[in-house]
Design a protein around this ligand. Structure first.
Ligand SMILES: N[C@H](CCC[C@H](N)C(=O)O)C(=O)O
Length: 305
Protein backbone atom coordinates (compact mmCIF):
# COMPACT_ATOMS: atom_id res chain seq x y z
CA UNK A 1 0.00 0.00 0.00
CA UNK A 2 1.31 3.40 -0.96
CA UNK A 3 1.74 5.90 1.86
CA UNK A 4 0.67 8.64 -0.53
CA UNK A 5 -2.23 10.66 0.93
CA UNK A 6 -4.56 12.53 -1.41
CA UNK A 7 -6.05 15.82 -0.18
CA UNK A 8 -9.76 16.18 -0.91
CA UNK A 9 -12.65 18.52 -0.24
CA UNK A 10 -16.11 17.15 0.46
CA UNK A 11 -19.09 19.00 -1.00
CA UNK A 12 -22.74 18.28 -1.58
CA UNK A 13 -25.57 19.64 -3.70
CA UNK A 14 -29.01 18.89 -2.18
CA UNK A 15 -27.49 15.90 -0.39
CA UNK A 16 -25.83 14.39 -3.49
CA UNK A 17 -22.30 14.30 -2.02
CA UNK A 18 -18.85 14.03 -3.55
CA UNK A 19 -15.18 13.86 -2.65
CA UNK A 20 -13.40 16.42 -4.85
CA UNK A 21 -9.78 15.80 -5.84
CA UNK A 22 -7.55 18.24 -7.75
CA UNK A 23 -6.46 16.02 -10.65
CA UNK A 24 -3.56 18.31 -11.57
CA UNK A 25 -2.00 18.17 -8.12
CA UNK A 26 -2.71 14.53 -7.27
CA UNK A 27 -2.06 11.28 -9.04
CA UNK A 28 -4.48 8.49 -8.22
CA UNK A 29 -3.30 5.46 -10.19
CA UNK A 30 -6.50 3.42 -9.93
CA UNK A 31 -9.42 5.82 -9.75
CA UNK A 32 -12.01 3.03 -9.78
CA UNK A 33 -10.45 1.32 -6.76
CA UNK A 34 -10.13 4.70 -4.99
CA UNK A 35 -13.83 5.48 -5.52
CA UNK A 36 -15.02 1.99 -4.63
CA UNK A 37 -13.15 2.03 -1.31
CA UNK A 38 -13.76 5.57 -0.12
CA UNK A 39 -17.41 5.99 -1.31
CA UNK A 40 -18.68 2.90 0.48
CA UNK A 41 -21.44 3.98 2.92
CA UNK A 42 -20.49 1.32 5.46
CA UNK A 43 -16.73 1.03 5.25
CA UNK A 44 -15.68 4.18 3.36
CA UNK A 45 -14.18 7.45 4.55
CA UNK A 46 -15.93 8.75 7.67
CA UNK A 47 -16.50 12.47 7.99
CA UNK A 48 -15.96 12.60 11.75
CA UNK A 49 -12.28 11.92 11.12
CA UNK A 50 -11.95 15.11 9.15
CA UNK A 51 -13.46 17.97 11.08
CA UNK A 52 -16.21 19.59 13.04
CA UNK A 53 -18.21 20.64 9.98
CA UNK A 54 -18.98 17.06 9.10
CA UNK A 55 -21.82 14.92 10.41
CA UNK A 56 -19.62 11.85 10.60
CA UNK A 57 -21.42 10.16 7.75
CA UNK A 58 -19.45 7.67 5.70
CA UNK A 59 -18.77 7.48 2.01
CA UNK A 60 -20.10 9.56 -0.87
CA UNK A 61 -22.02 9.32 -4.14
CA UNK A 62 -18.78 9.62 -6.11
CA UNK A 63 -15.34 11.17 -6.54
CA UNK A 64 -14.95 14.23 -8.77
CA UNK A 65 -11.47 14.47 -10.32
CA UNK A 66 -11.12 18.07 -11.51
CA UNK A 67 -8.63 20.02 -13.54
CA UNK A 68 -8.81 23.84 -13.65
CA UNK A 69 -7.57 25.88 -16.61
CA UNK A 70 -7.66 29.54 -15.63
CA UNK A 71 -6.18 30.77 -18.90
CA UNK A 72 -9.62 30.42 -20.51
CA UNK A 73 -12.42 32.94 -20.14
CA UNK A 74 -14.56 31.85 -18.44
CA UNK A 75 -12.32 29.53 -16.44
CA UNK A 76 -12.53 25.99 -17.75
CA UNK A 77 -12.85 22.95 -15.49
CA UNK A 78 -12.46 19.42 -16.82
CA UNK A 79 -14.73 17.10 -14.80
CA UNK A 80 -14.54 13.34 -14.38
CA UNK A 81 -16.96 11.64 -11.98
CA UNK A 82 -15.99 8.17 -10.81
CA UNK A 83 -18.92 6.44 -9.14
CA UNK A 84 -19.04 4.12 -6.11
CA UNK A 85 -19.01 1.04 -8.38
CA UNK A 86 -15.87 2.31 -10.15
CA UNK A 87 -17.66 3.35 -13.38
CA UNK A 88 -17.31 6.82 -14.91
CA UNK A 89 -20.52 8.85 -15.34
CA UNK A 90 -20.86 10.83 -18.56
CA UNK A 91 -22.63 13.67 -16.79
CA UNK A 92 -23.89 14.58 -13.33
CA UNK A 93 -26.04 17.65 -12.73
CA UNK A 94 -25.46 17.99 -9.00
CA UNK A 95 -21.81 17.07 -9.46
CA UNK A 96 -21.43 19.87 -12.01
CA UNK A 97 -23.02 22.31 -9.55
CA UNK A 98 -20.47 21.20 -6.94
CA UNK A 99 -17.72 21.71 -9.53
CA UNK A 100 -18.80 25.34 -10.00
CA UNK A 101 -18.71 25.97 -6.24
CA UNK A 102 -15.32 24.22 -5.81
CA UNK A 103 -13.88 26.23 -8.71
CA UNK A 104 -15.31 29.44 -7.22
CA UNK A 105 -13.70 28.63 -3.86
CA UNK A 106 -10.32 28.28 -5.60
CA UNK A 107 -10.47 31.10 -8.13
CA UNK A 108 -13.07 33.59 -6.88
CA UNK A 109 -14.69 33.48 -10.32
CA UNK A 110 -18.45 33.08 -10.66
CA UNK A 111 -18.76 31.85 -14.26
CA UNK A 112 -17.23 28.64 -15.59
CA UNK A 113 -17.31 26.26 -18.46
CA UNK A 114 -17.29 22.67 -17.34
CA UNK A 115 -16.05 20.01 -19.74
CA UNK A 116 -18.00 16.80 -19.21
CA UNK A 117 -18.16 13.67 -21.34
CA UNK A 118 -21.64 14.86 -22.41
CA UNK A 119 -20.21 18.15 -23.70
CA UNK A 120 -19.18 21.57 -22.40
CA UNK A 121 -21.65 23.16 -19.99
CA UNK A 122 -21.77 26.76 -18.75
CA UNK A 123 -22.10 27.09 -14.99
CA UNK A 124 -22.36 29.94 -12.49
CA UNK A 125 -22.59 30.50 -8.76
CA UNK A 126 -24.77 33.14 -7.11
CA UNK A 127 -23.37 36.17 -5.25
CA UNK A 128 -22.64 34.36 -1.96
CA UNK A 129 -21.86 31.05 -3.70
CA UNK A 130 -24.56 29.16 -1.80
CA UNK A 131 -26.25 28.08 -5.04
CA UNK A 132 -25.11 27.09 -8.50
CA UNK A 133 -26.78 26.94 -11.91
CA UNK A 134 -25.70 24.72 -14.77
CA UNK A 135 -26.73 24.40 -18.39
CA UNK A 136 -27.91 20.85 -18.90
CA UNK A 137 -28.10 20.41 -22.66
CA UNK A 138 -31.28 19.49 -24.49
CA UNK A 139 -33.15 16.44 -23.15
CA UNK A 140 -33.69 13.84 -25.87
CA UNK A 141 -36.18 11.00 -26.23
CA UNK A 142 -34.50 9.74 -29.44
CA UNK A 143 -34.10 5.97 -29.01
CA UNK A 144 -30.51 5.85 -30.26
CA UNK A 145 -29.48 8.64 -27.94
CA UNK A 146 -31.11 7.54 -24.67
CA UNK A 147 -30.25 4.74 -25.60
CA UNK A 148 -33.19 2.34 -25.75
CA UNK A 149 -33.07 -0.86 -27.78
CA UNK A 150 -35.87 -0.07 -30.26
CA UNK A 151 -36.80 2.30 -33.08
CA UNK A 152 -39.53 4.36 -31.38
CA UNK A 153 -39.25 6.56 -28.28
CA UNK A 154 -40.20 4.70 -25.10
CA UNK A 155 -43.03 6.83 -23.70
CA UNK A 156 -45.32 5.85 -20.84
CA UNK A 157 -44.96 2.09 -21.28
CA UNK A 158 -44.54 -0.81 -18.86
CA UNK A 159 -40.98 -1.92 -18.17
CA UNK A 160 -40.41 -4.50 -15.45
CA UNK A 161 -43.35 -3.42 -13.30
CA UNK A 162 -43.11 0.37 -13.68
CA UNK A 163 -44.72 2.55 -16.35
CA UNK A 164 -41.80 4.59 -17.63
CA UNK A 165 -40.66 7.14 -20.16
CA UNK A 166 -37.02 7.03 -21.32
CA UNK A 167 -35.02 10.23 -21.77
CA UNK A 168 -31.36 11.22 -21.86
CA UNK A 169 -30.31 14.36 -19.95
CA UNK A 170 -26.58 13.64 -20.21
CA UNK A 171 -27.17 10.11 -18.88
CA UNK A 172 -30.08 7.70 -19.48
CA UNK A 173 -33.12 8.01 -17.24
CA UNK A 174 -36.37 6.07 -16.84
CA UNK A 175 -39.11 8.20 -15.27
CA UNK A 176 -42.27 6.75 -13.68
CA UNK A 177 -45.04 8.99 -12.37
CA UNK A 178 -46.92 7.77 -9.31
CA UNK A 179 -49.92 9.16 -7.44
CA UNK A 180 -49.36 11.05 -4.20
CA UNK A 181 -46.45 13.19 -3.09
CA UNK A 182 -44.24 12.95 -0.02
CA UNK A 183 -47.00 14.33 2.22
CA UNK A 184 -49.44 11.61 1.14
CA UNK A 185 -49.31 8.57 3.44
CA UNK A 186 -50.04 6.40 0.39
CA UNK A 187 -47.75 8.39 -1.92
CA UNK A 188 -44.29 8.23 -3.46
CA UNK A 189 -42.44 7.33 -0.24
CA UNK A 190 -44.38 4.08 0.20
CA UNK A 191 -42.62 2.53 -2.83
CA UNK A 192 -39.68 0.25 -2.00
CA UNK A 193 -37.45 1.81 -4.66
CA UNK A 194 -34.40 -0.34 -3.90
CA UNK A 195 -36.61 -3.38 -4.54
CA UNK A 196 -38.35 -2.28 -7.76
CA UNK A 197 -35.65 -0.20 -9.48
CA UNK A 198 -32.90 -2.76 -10.23
CA UNK A 199 -35.03 -4.73 -12.73
CA UNK A 200 -35.76 -1.52 -14.65
CA UNK A 201 -32.16 -0.30 -14.38
CA UNK A 202 -30.96 -3.60 -15.93
CA UNK A 203 -33.90 -4.11 -18.36
CA UNK A 204 -33.09 -5.25 -21.92
CA UNK A 205 -34.78 -2.04 -23.12
CA UNK A 206 -31.78 -0.08 -21.73
CA UNK A 207 -28.59 -1.44 -23.29
CA UNK A 208 -26.43 0.93 -21.19
CA UNK A 209 -28.69 0.74 -18.14
CA UNK A 210 -30.69 3.64 -16.75
CA UNK A 211 -31.17 5.72 -13.65
CA UNK A 212 -34.69 5.06 -12.34
CA UNK A 213 -36.87 7.91 -11.10
CA UNK A 214 -40.19 8.05 -9.31
CA UNK A 215 -42.04 11.35 -9.55
CA UNK A 216 -45.32 12.75 -8.31
CA UNK A 217 -46.86 16.02 -9.44
CA UNK A 218 -47.72 18.07 -6.36
CA UNK A 219 -48.65 21.25 -8.27
CA UNK A 220 -49.17 21.18 -12.05
CA UNK A 221 -48.10 24.80 -12.53
CA UNK A 222 -51.46 25.93 -13.92
CA UNK A 223 -51.85 28.44 -11.07
CA UNK A 224 -49.52 31.23 -9.98
CA UNK A 225 -46.21 29.50 -9.30
CA UNK A 226 -44.14 26.96 -11.20
CA UNK A 227 -45.02 23.26 -11.16
CA UNK A 228 -43.81 21.28 -8.13
CA UNK A 229 -42.85 17.62 -8.39
CA UNK A 230 -41.65 15.24 -5.67
CA UNK A 231 -38.67 13.12 -6.80
CA UNK A 232 -36.87 9.92 -5.86
CA UNK A 233 -33.98 8.50 -7.89
CA UNK A 234 -32.19 5.14 -7.92
CA UNK A 235 -28.82 5.75 -9.57
CA UNK A 236 -26.85 3.58 -11.91
CA UNK A 237 -23.27 3.50 -10.63
CA UNK A 238 -24.36 4.10 -7.05
CA UNK A 239 -26.76 1.14 -7.38
CA UNK A 240 -29.01 2.63 -4.77
CA UNK A 241 -31.21 5.61 -4.01
CA UNK A 242 -29.46 8.96 -3.58
CA UNK A 243 -30.60 12.08 -1.71
CA UNK A 244 -30.83 13.97 -5.01
CA UNK A 245 -30.09 13.62 -8.71
CA UNK A 246 -29.80 16.66 -11.01
CA UNK A 247 -29.96 14.91 -14.38
CA UNK A 248 -32.92 13.02 -12.90
CA UNK A 249 -34.69 16.25 -11.94
CA UNK A 250 -34.32 17.56 -15.50
CA UNK A 251 -35.48 14.19 -16.85
CA UNK A 252 -38.61 14.30 -14.67
CA UNK A 253 -39.54 17.80 -15.82
CA UNK A 254 -38.93 16.94 -19.49
CA UNK A 255 -41.12 13.84 -19.19
CA UNK A 256 -43.84 15.69 -17.25
CA UNK A 257 -43.98 18.22 -20.09
CA UNK A 258 -44.06 15.51 -22.75
CA UNK A 259 -46.91 13.69 -20.99
CA UNK A 260 -48.83 16.96 -20.50
CA UNK A 261 -48.72 16.66 -16.71
CA UNK A 262 -47.44 20.21 -16.04
CA UNK A 263 -47.71 23.68 -17.52
CA UNK A 264 -44.83 26.03 -18.23
CA UNK A 265 -41.13 25.61 -18.84
CA UNK A 266 -40.07 26.07 -15.19
CA UNK A 267 -40.59 23.63 -12.36
CA UNK A 268 -39.37 22.82 -8.86
CA UNK A 269 -38.29 19.27 -8.14
CA UNK A 270 -38.14 18.05 -4.56
CA UNK A 271 -35.79 15.10 -4.02
CA UNK A 272 -35.30 14.02 -0.38
CA UNK A 273 -32.21 16.25 -0.06
CA UNK A 274 -33.71 19.64 -0.93
CA UNK A 275 -35.21 21.65 -3.77
CA UNK A 276 -34.02 22.09 -7.35
CA UNK A 277 -35.22 24.65 -9.88
CA UNK A 278 -35.37 23.41 -13.44
CA UNK A 279 -36.18 25.00 -16.76
CA UNK A 280 -36.84 22.94 -19.88
CA UNK A 281 -37.72 25.25 -22.78
CA UNK A 282 -39.34 23.89 -25.95
CA UNK A 283 -36.03 24.36 -27.76
CA UNK A 284 -32.52 24.82 -26.43
CA UNK A 285 -30.77 23.77 -23.29
CA UNK A 286 -32.32 23.01 -19.92
CA UNK A 287 -30.99 24.60 -16.71
CA UNK A 288 -30.61 23.28 -13.19
CA UNK A 289 -30.29 25.51 -10.09
CA UNK A 290 -29.95 24.61 -6.44
CA UNK A 291 -27.96 24.88 -3.23
CA UNK A 292 -24.35 23.73 -2.89
CA UNK A 293 -22.32 23.43 0.30
CA UNK A 294 -18.83 22.57 1.50
CA UNK A 295 -18.79 19.86 4.17
CA UNK A 296 -15.19 19.18 5.23
CA UNK A 297 -11.71 18.39 3.96
CA UNK A 298 -9.05 15.83 4.66
CA UNK A 299 -6.76 13.29 3.04
CA UNK A 300 -7.42 9.80 1.77
CA UNK A 301 -4.99 6.96 0.94
CA UNK A 302 -4.23 6.94 -2.79
CA UNK A 303 -4.10 3.15 -2.88
CA UNK A 304 -6.74 1.87 -0.48
CA UNK A 305 -6.65 -1.84 0.33
N1 LIG B 1 -26.32 12.21 -9.48
C1 LIG B 1 -26.06 12.67 -10.81
C2 LIG B 1 -26.30 11.68 -11.90
C3 LIG B 1 -25.16 10.73 -12.08
C4 LIG B 1 -25.45 9.80 -13.24
C5 LIG B 1 -25.00 8.43 -12.99
N2 LIG B 1 -25.63 7.80 -11.86
C6 LIG B 1 -25.06 7.56 -14.22
O1 LIG B 1 -26.00 7.61 -14.99
O2 LIG B 1 -24.15 6.76 -14.42
C7 LIG B 1 -26.79 13.94 -11.09
O3 LIG B 1 -26.99 14.76 -10.19
O4 LIG B 1 -27.17 14.19 -12.22
Amino acid sequence: MSAHAVPFEKYHGTGNDFFVVDADAEVVGDRAAFARAHCDRETGAAGADFGAESDGGRGADGVLFLSVEERFNPTRVVMTLVQPDGSTATMCGNGARVVARWAHDRTGDREFMIDTQAGTRRASVNADATAATIEMGEPTFAPARVPVARDEPLVDEPVEGLTVTAVNTGVPHAVAFVDGGRDDPDGIDTVDLDAVAPAVRHADAFPEGANVNLASVVDDGSGDGPAVIDQRTFERGVEGETRSCGTGAVAIVAVAQRLGLIDGESAVSRPPGGELEITVPAHGHATLTGPVAHEYEGTLPADPQ
